[in-house]
Every structure is written in structure tokens, then in C-alpha cells.
Design a protein around this ligand. Sequence first.
Ligand code: NDP
Length: 251
Amino acid sequence: MSDVKKTALVTGASRGIGFVVAGKLAETGYNLAICGTRQETIDQAAEQIRGLDGVDSGVEIIARAVDVSDREQIQSFVQETAKHFGRLDVLVNNAGITRDNISMRMKAEEWDAVIDTNLTAVFNAMQAALRPMMRARGGRIINISSVVAGMGNPGQLNYCASKGGVEAMTRSLAREIGSRGITVNAVAPGFIATDMTADLGEDAHAQLTGQIPLGRLGQPEDIAAAVCFLASDAAGYITGQVLHVNGGMHM
Ligand code: NDP
């Protein structure tokens, strides 16, 4: 990478997949803008990333408490990032939540929270990123979906709808802005060992791994590798795609 560092923005980078994605991008040489819901934990994440062996001391990180479900907050954060670094090369929409319930009992708040955080926030972030990316005639947008977007999952109607929507938006925006040199792709993780899946009991864990040909849950690093590939020059001719990283549990 040249002296002028590229910039990547990763939402939901305080822990889990987003944290590892941000760390790998920093190791690749990107300046970073990262957010989570709390200033203290996102500051700690930034500190840990700065301390990684592979991260050059010249890498700059801005870390903010941002509620991605708030249009004003996420769009301001994207704008602040582009202004601060003078460019926005990669946007990774990773922040996500679950509020599981069977459909008959699903509350309006559970539906709204998941749609606002996992779907509407992705639109708002992409919309704000378009201006700096179009000005630069290039950019990479990478949205984190889920294997359940394609499979369905009982008790996750809200979550499956949000991730299915993310994949559909990914294809639509890819068609809309391909001529501007901007690629838009999604990564669909299977079950990955993070806080989101930490509550699985032993039985559910065993049942789940039985359905995964590779016989294990994925690690955040498995997803980070896919994101870094889609962000790289090598992926310049890939757009509108969903890259599945799920140990073969869905084919
Ligand atoms: P975690 O629960 O481990 O982490 C979620 C991250 O998102 C945290 O950094 C959290 O911040 C942030 N976040 C949540 N809500 C908001 C919000 N309103 N504004 C800003 N940040 C927010 O999740 P994972 O790492 O497991 O998941 C990351 C992505 O991968 C999600 O989109 C998820 O749907 C997807 N995914 C995960 C799978 C898995 O098996 N783990 C499988 C398939 C997809 P804070 O720490 O402040 O709460």
C-alpha cells in the first residue's frame, strides 16, 4: 500500500466479528473509523487494535459511540470519517442484533429494533458513503448478512427479513453504482463463535455442529478473511454477490 493510507469504516467493531474485521483491515494498512454503542468499549477496541503486532504505528483510528439505528448519527459518522481522512474507501456494515421470538409472540419493538439496526441502518450508511465514493470514482461496500437470509430460521422472522433485505439491497445498489467503479457485496456468515451465539446450550451446539460439514462453528477470523478479500484489489471485478462463509451448512 502507498503512503497515502486508504480508509475503512466498520460498524459494530467493539467486539465479535466487527472487531476482528477492523483489526485485519488495520493490519492491511487501512486507517480506521469504528463504532459501537458505548464510547468506553469502542475506545478499548481501538486501543487493542493499535496494539496488534501487525498494525503499523502510522495507522490512525477514530472511535465513536454511534447508534446505527439513528439515521442522523450513522450518516454524521460516515460524513465525519470522509472529512477527517479526506476519503472513504471501504464501508463494512457489520453492526447487528437479534431479538428472537416466535412469530405469534413477536412484539412490535422486537421487529422494529432488528429492522432499524440491521436493515435501515445499512441503507443510511450506504447512502452517506456514496458521495465520497462517487467523488473518488471508486469504493467498496461490504454488508454482513447471515446464512439464515437464505435458509430461514424459526423464531427469527425479524432477523431473517432484515438480512434478506440487506442482500436484496446489496444487489440493487451494485447495479445502480457499478458504472461509478463502486462494488457492493455481502458476506453471509454461518454460525460464528461470538457473543451472539454464546447462549447456545451444549445440546444446541452439538446439534448445530452436526449440520455443519466442516464440523465446527466458524471464527470471526473466517469472516474477516472474506471481508478483506472483497476489499482488496483482487476482488475488483466482483459486485452484487453474497459470499457464503458457513462451513458448508447451507449450499
Ligand atoms: P456481537 O453481538 O458479538 O457484536 C455486535 C456488534 O454490533 C457490537 O460491536 C455492538 O456494539 C454492535 N452494535 C449492536 N447494535 C448497535 C447499534 N445500534 N449501533 C452501533 N453498534 C451496534 O455480534 P457478531 O459479531 O456475532 O455479529 C456481527 C454481524 O454478523 C451482525 O450483523 C450479525 O447479524 C452477523 N452474523 C453473525 C453470526 C454469528 O453467528 N455470530 C452469524 C451470521 C451473521 P456494542 O458492543 O456497543 O453492543
